[in-house]
Design a protein around this ligand. Structure first.
Ligand SMILES: C[S@@+](CC[C@H](N)C(=O)[O-])C[C@H]1O[C@@H](n2cnc3c(N)ncnc32)[C@H](O)[C@@H]1O
Length: 287
């Protein structure tokens, strides 16, 4: 999905609005989000630090999924601060709530709901999210609505992909490339804005935020780890219904149960150096 290092570009940019979340709702998808959260944790932490998220703040995380972004924010704001995560999927809210309970974190709360209907009695110091604006039909309208829940001077910080920039792999690995293309096409066809990272400034500006700063990051590495292969395979598993629905690939072509082993074998043979697609973090202020 979104953060797969082997994703390849499509021609042009996707501009059709998202109708929903292409990856669906399942425990398997939530475990995939957790794996993704681990892979991108340091890049997001750096973006949050640069944005000025700091101890004592009250943070709103939209599209909280399995809870990883909220948990990172909670670590930064510390016991004097707090985080509210919202997601439309009650199963994800229950999952994230159980997770923070098990971790003994008391400064995070998750609640189910639509962003455009969200209100809270107290203003927030920061609004954050990762891989979420790309799925919204009208991100500007959503930010404009949520801005009403922020105090003046509050920080906004989102982390979104730009999949129109290809990953680089040497030597080339055709099987990985093909899987990347499947994922990207499934996202695009289901309405996700795959180059949302490049729309952050305009979206913030149109929603009334000022002083936007952007930062670009990539993942990179040598060789292909089992962890990477499993993340890739889990991403394909999550989009499999869309691959079939849009006739992008058949189950027979994908052979999901042997995919990880086949990829690992290909990775061992190629032993590549790689750089992922790019991710863009942008932060700004509410005047
Ligand atoms: C790609 S996941 C991102 C999860 C998390 N931000 C992360 O990086 O691990 C997107 C999440 O946004 C939620 N979502 C999508 N559109 C939404 C909406 N309009 N209102 C509330 N939640 C939404 C989905 O249910 C899903 O859990």
């Amino acid at each position: 999905m979104a953060n797969n290092p082997s994703l390849e570009p499509t021609t042009g940019s996707s501009s059709s609005p998202a109708a929903g979340y292409a990856m669906g709702s399942s425990d398997h998808e939530r475990r995939r989000l957790m794996r993704q959260g681990e892979l991108l944790r340091e890049l997001l932490a750096e973006a949050f630090r640069s944005a000025g998220i700091r101890p004592g703040m009250r943070v709103l995380d939209i599209g909280s999924g399995a809870g990883d972004v909220a948990m990172l924010a909670a670590e930064i704001v510390g016991p004097a601060g707090s985080v509210v995560g919202i997601d439309r999927d009650p199963a994800s809210v229950a999952w994230a709530t159980r997770r923070v309970g098990e971790a003994g974190l008391t400064n995070i709360r998750f609640q189910a709901g639509e962003f455009n209907e969200f209100t809270d009695a107290h203003p927030f110091d920061a609004l954050v999210g990762r891989f979420i604006l790309m799925y919204l039909p009208d991100p500007t309208a959503t930010l404009r609505h949520l801005s009403q829940q922020l105090r003046s001077g509050a920080v906004i910080s989102f982390f979104e992909p730009d999949f129109t920039v290809p990953s680089s792999v040497f030597p080339e690995m055709p099987d990985f490339k093909r899987c990347g293309e499947w994922i990207q096409e499934a996202l695009r066809r289901s309405g996700a804005r795959i180059d949302m990272g490049m729309h952050l400034y305009a979206t913030y500006r149109d929603a009334g935020f000022v002083d936007t700063v952007t930062a670009v990051s990539h993942l990179s590495g040598c060789g292909v780890s089992r962890e990477m292969v499993e993340f890739f395979t889990e991403t394909i598993r999550s989009v499999l219904p869309k691959l079939e629905q849009y006739r992008i690939a058949t189950r027979e072509e994908v052979q999901i149960d042997t995919l990880a082993d086949r990829m690992e074998e290909a990775g061992r043979a190629a032993d590549p150096q790689w750089v992922s697609t790019r991710y863009i973090a942008a932060w700004a202020k509410k005047p």
